[in-house]
Design a protein around this ligand. Structure first.
Ligand code: TXA
Ligand code: MG
Length: 346
């Protein structure tokens, strides 16, 4: 039942979340094509996780290095044992508490997962997303491999329009499932031991929340620091430049008065500030945008603001440093990477 509208790839079709359009998207995926898909974290580029040729198309569309593995998205808990083995009890406890939702867990992979999907690693990252459109798509299609749907290195997309802008002509279709609820990618964890998890990428399932199930939660060094040259990255994504808009992003840490004093001394062209909703913006001399007043709203807005700033040709963006606990750690981590880990203290 392939929509007659869906023909050549150059025409990247915009689909809705209707049952007919989800069925059409699923047929595209089962036939080895790539589709832009909505999830509750960010939009993804989805393909059949078990089909190496389909997965290669994701890497080509994104311009992603082949050694950076893809997360496999599943519909039900039974699919975990098809994909991986040596699964600790803690995995199931966390799945019960946080799935469907924004948590990716890494376990040793089974042979059924192609090396293309796992970036040549012997592990696989698995996530059960909660977005209803995505769930229906996976139910119809089987496990779906999906990285964030941005061009490699660029901010992740949180709306179908962002995906269209980055991927038009490179993929078969995009499903519009509305704005992504959380706005930052899933929390990625691995297991150091039976009862210790390691956070490789912070997200909306926070360290504090994981501690309700695990005895220990280790926040990997690479979350707050550039990965040391002599260290093998526990997650290949840590090695690559990320989330960078065209503008030069600077994180400014300090109170709002000192922030203003610092940024108001910069009178170059196209300087912008990204501040909190409740900051007294009358004190700013340059143009500004706001990105929320609590960690959840900042997570929700961050990537779309970075894209809007690019659209305005911002050359430099001074960002108010967010809180670093809870979901704030995810916001801070994405900003650190956008800023090349440089923080200015005022
Ligand atoms: O919320 C999300 O996780 C989104 C949506 C679409 O589900 N996906 C996403 O995928 O952010 P991606 O590929 O942009 O980021 C996945 C990160 C990468 O940094 C990758 O290196 C890491 O997870 N990763 C995936 N599988 C891994 C594995 N087996 N071992 C270590 N790191 C892994
Ligand atoms: Mg990504």
């Amino acid at each position: 039942m392939l929509c007659s509208r869906i023909s050549k790839m150059e025409e990247t079709i915009l689909l809705s979340g209707s049952p007919e359009d989800i069925a059409a998207a699923s047929e595209l995926i089962r036939n080895g094509n790539v589709v832009g898909i909505p999830t509750e974290t960010v939009y993804g580029l989805g393909a059949d996780a078990l089909n190496p040729d389909a997965v290669k198309k994701i890497f080509a569309a994104k311009g992603r290095p082949a050694d950076n593995p893809l997360i496999v998205h599943i519909y039900n808990i039974e699919q975990v044992q098809i994909l991986g083995h040596d699964i600790p009890d803690l995995f199931y406890h966390l799945a019960e508490k946080f799935w469907p939702g924004p948590l990716t867990m890494i376990i040793p992979k089974n042979d059924i997962v192609p090396a293309e999907t796992s970036g040549g690693l012997d592990t696989v990252g698995i996530r059960m997303p909660s977005h209803t459109v995505m769930r229906e798509l996976i139910r119809l299609s089987g496990p779906v491999a999906a990285p964030s749907a941005n061009r490699s290195g660029y901010p992740s997309p949180t709306a179908a329009g962002h995906v269209m802008r980055d991927m038009k002509g490179k993929i078969s279709a995009v499903i519009d499932g509305g704005e992504s609820r959380f706005g930052v990618e899933s929390t990625v964890i691995s297991f150091d031991s039976e009862n210790t998890v390691r956070i490789l990428r912070p997200g909306s399932v926070t360290a504090e929340m994981l501690l309700e199930c695990a005895d220990n939660v280790v926040v990997d060094d690479a979350i707050l620091n550039d990965i040391a040259a002599d260290r093998k990255a526990p997650s290949p994504g840590m090695k690559y430049k990320h989330y960078s808009p065209k503008a030069d992003v600077k994180i400014i840490e300090g109170n709002f008065d000192n922030f203003c004093k610092y940024v108001n001394s910069h009178e170059e062209q196209n300087v912008f500030c990204l501040v909190f909703d409740d900051d007294d913006t009358d004190k700013l001399k340059c143009r500004f945008m706001t990105y929320g007043c609590d960690s959840e709203s900042q997570a929700h807005n961050l990537f779309s603001r970075l894209r809007e700033l690019d659209d305005l040709n911002a050359a430099k963006v001074f960002v108010r440093s967010p809180e670093k606990d809870g979901v704030g750690l995810a916001v801070y981590n994405r900003l650190l990477r956008a800023a090349g880990f440089e923080v200015i203290r005022v």
